[in-house]
Design a binder for this molecule. Structure first.
Ligand SMILES: Nc1ncnc2c1ncn2[C@@H]1O[C@H](COP(=O)(O)OP(=O)(O)OP(=O)(O)O)[C@@H](O)[C@H]1O
Length: 383
């Protein structure tokens, strides 16, 4: 992987995500997939660790170490730290002695402003790129999901990441209508934190909330876990490494039946002491109502703005879900039921954006026209 091999000089595609950063190297595929987290010494500003190692420190740092997520809501919230993170990942992949500077295609949310675009280009250039091109996230997601983006037929992709949900209708190599809402996986975690606090006066951290979501979260009552869902839960939980709590019935996970209870530990806000609590899937589904409703609403509004001919294509073809949030159990069922349109989860939804960005690197000359689109008018931009 990236640690042992140097891909110096090879062009790269980078999915600079709120939750995870993935790097695709030309001719090699995805060679790096790490959390978008940097641990910094607050005393002197030095970077202590980046990626998986830094994520370990979230919620556990002594006061002089801060774990920073430089990407928030899908945009660069802390430019300096984002640049250091990018530089670290590019160096990790390209090797310390970069013989030639790579061309880099970076994937950005569709609602990004001109200032934010320039910030991304500058960060990647400072990190060692010789040329930087941007591809919009829903376009990359659609390419990665194998949708026929260049054909004169409408297809709809909904990419649910950590910070943003990107909804887009694509036809003839361009985004016809798009919506980017700042409600996605992180908002689901926040909703779980506030539910547990309100109902049980128990304080839990982001990592525990995410583990609850991965283990028993859902958008509609569902039956079995899909293989893709189960694999992603294992992968994401492994990134968090040590579980704060535990799934109550391990046989249920092995048999592909989602568990319906999850045990957590947190701090009782009244006594200040550690407390153990068992949560049910039903109450977590209830806790997720607001973010899930916001995602359904974003898709509905985008459909409302879609020209009728393209709507017909989408009715026939169905809506394709990508991004980690696509794996929330029952989300496809819920969307399909509310919108009366078939909804499909892409294969490997967590990798679609990186793979699509990678395709732009591999077929640069052919897909060049899909890159560096200018920001659209606010009506179809970020809410
Ligand atoms: N099985 C699952 N069920 C529910 N959510 C999941 C699952 N697996 C991953 N996620 C969530 O998906 C999100 C990460 O998805 P992804 O890696 O696509 O986002 P990102 O690209 O980093 O974010 P953004 O697109 O906003 O920049 C996290 O919030 C994570 O908790």
């Amino acid at each position: 992987m990236a640690q042992s091999k140097s891909f110096s000089g090879r062009d790269m595609g980078i999915d600079l995500g709120t939750a995870n950063t993935l790097v695709y190297v030309r001719g090699r595929g995805v060679v790096l997939n790490e959390p978008s987290v940097v641990a910094v010494n607050a005393d002197d500003g030095s970077v202590l660790s980046v990626g998986s190692e830094a994520k370990e420190t979230i919620g556990r740092t002594p006061s002089n170490i801060v774990a920073i997520r430089p990407m928030r809501d899908g945009v660069i919230a802390d430019f300096e730290i984002a640049e250091r993170m990018l530089r670290h990942f590019i160096k990790k992949v390209a090797g310390k002695r970069m013989l030639s500077r790579p061309r880099v295609v970076v994937c950005v949310p569709s609602g990004i402003t001109g200032v934010e675009r320039r910030a991304v280009i500058e960060a990647a250039s400072q990190a060692g790129a010789r040329a930087v091109h941007l591809v919009e996230e829903p376009m990359a997601a659609a390419i990665g999901a194998g949708l026929p983006v260049s054909e004169p037929t409408g297809c709809m992709v909904v990419d649910i990441g950590g910070g943003t949900t990107e909804v887009a209708v694509i036809s003839l190599g361009g985004i016809v209508t798009a919506r980017s809402v700042r409600t996605a996986g992180d908002a689901m975690d926040a909703a779980i934190i506030s539910y547990v606090k309100k109902e049980y006066a128990l304080a839990i951290g982001e990592r525990t909330a995410e583990e609850i979501k991965l283990s028993i979260g859902s958008a509609a009552p569902t039956g079995k876990w899909s293989m893709a869902g189960l694999a992603s839960v294992a992968r994401e939980l492994a990134k968090n490494e040590s579980l704060a709590g535990g799934v109550s019935d391990s046989e249920e996970t092995q048999g592909l039946l989602p568990p319906d209870r999850y045990t957590i530990r947190g701090r009782d806000q009244v006594s200040g002491l550690p407390k153990t609590l068992e949560l049910t899937a039903d109450e977590i589904r209830h806790a997720l109502t607001e973010p899930v409703d916001a995602i359904v609403m974003a898709v509905r509004q985008t459909l409302d703005e879609t020209p009728p001919e393209l709507s017909g294509d989408i009715m026939d073809r169905g809506i394709v879900l990508t991004g980690g949030g696509a794996l929330l159990r029952g989300l496809d069922v819920r969307l399909s039921r509310e919108l009366d349109i078939p909804v499909l989860v892409a294969d490997d939804p967590l990798d679609c954006v990186a793979v699509g960005t990678g395709r732009c690197v591999e077929d640069f000359a052919k897909l060049r026209t899909l890159l560096d689109a200018q920001p659209r008018l606010p009506a179809s931009g970020r809410l």
